[in-house]
Design a protein around this ligand. Structure first.
Ligand SMILES: C[S@@+](CC[C@H](N)C(=O)[O-])C[C@H]1O[C@@H](n2cnc3c(N)ncnc32)[C@H](O)[C@@H]1O
Length: 255
């Protein structure tokens, strides 16, 4: 057998085993509970910008982006900008290894209701600045979304090849609204990633000063959304691969 195929098959079998391993499942849950209580996900950078993610989710995103090769990414929730520089770096890599036939550059469209001056300054001085556009406003503001759509068309000339990552306000209502506003930007075979579905699964989490909780969070929004939209399905293979992260059942693939 071709050695590459053989390795891939072994990996698939191992992933199937680990995803059914009760001890590993329990340890992963215990680990994420503890990590969350210590704000572990706040302590990483991507190209000098703090990225509030777990390394497992970052690897999953890299694999998805490299495999699906989106021409643009819309992301909500910028914070310090690490997810913007991460997504931009993936777009730049794709441009290097798989340039678009049109000669256009791939691009990230990033939205946050509050882009702090010091974060904006760093992002505006960043070497990848030409790979992204920042928008300040609510991610569910119809006028802002229209502006994003016009800018995508302006830069890329069509809406093909889109991917969307949601990581802003984590209440059920807000995420459901985001899902309904942004699903049209996701191309068939591409992903709509919903972060912080983990809120539903943490036993000891409290979110002081936040409006989300068990029963009111991105996971409940995903379930609601999927009950009304049959174009998307949860890609469980990613949960099975990474075992712990902040987006269980949050990697949605458009059929
Ligand atoms: C979890 S952080 C984003 C982390 C970032 N994606 C990363 O990986 O580093 C959430 C961000 O969502 C923003 N936010 C909250 N409500 C929002 C809304 N209605 N529209 C857009 N952004 C919002 C907050 O200002 C905050 O910067």
């Amino acid at each position: 057998m071709d050695p590459i195929q053989k390795f891939l098959m072994e990996c698939e079998q191992e992933i199937q085993l680990q995803s059914g391993d009760e001890e590993f499942i329990a340890l992963s849950k215990q680990w994420i509970e503890k990590a969350n209580s210590l704000k572990y996900s706040y302590h990483f950078n991507w190209m000098d910008r703090p990225i509030i993610q777990y390394p497992t989710d970052i690897m999953a995103l890299h694999e998805i982006i490299y495999k699906t090769k989106p021409t643009y990414i819309i992301e909500t929730g910028i914070a310090h900008g690490g997810s913007v520089t991460f997504n931009a770096s993936q777009m730049a890599l794709l441009d290097l290894v798989d340039p678009l036939p049109s000669g256009k550059k791939r691009h990230v469209f990033a939205i946050d209701i509050d882009i702090r001056d010091h974060n904006r300054k760093k992002l505006e001085e960043h070497p990848l600045v030409n790979y992204y556009t920042l928008y300040e406003g609510s991610s569910t503001d119809a006028n802002l979304i229209k502006k994003v759509e016009e800018d995508i068309e302006g830069l890329q000339h069509n809406l093909d090849g889109g991917m969307v990552i949601l990581d802003s306000n984590h209440t059920h209502d807000h995420v459901l609204k985001e899902l309904n506003c942004f699903e049209k930007f996701v191309s068939s075979g591409n992903y709509l990633v919903v972060f912080d579905t983990i809120v539903e699964f943490l036993e000891n989490s409290s979110w002081p000063g936040r409006d989300w909780s068990k029963g009111n969070n991105p996971y409940t929004a995903v379930i609601d959304f999927l009950s009304q939209n049959s174009q998307f399905e949860i890609d469980k293979s990613i949960d099975n691969q990474i075992m712990f992260g902040v987006a269980p059942s949050g990697y949605l693939k458009k059929k």
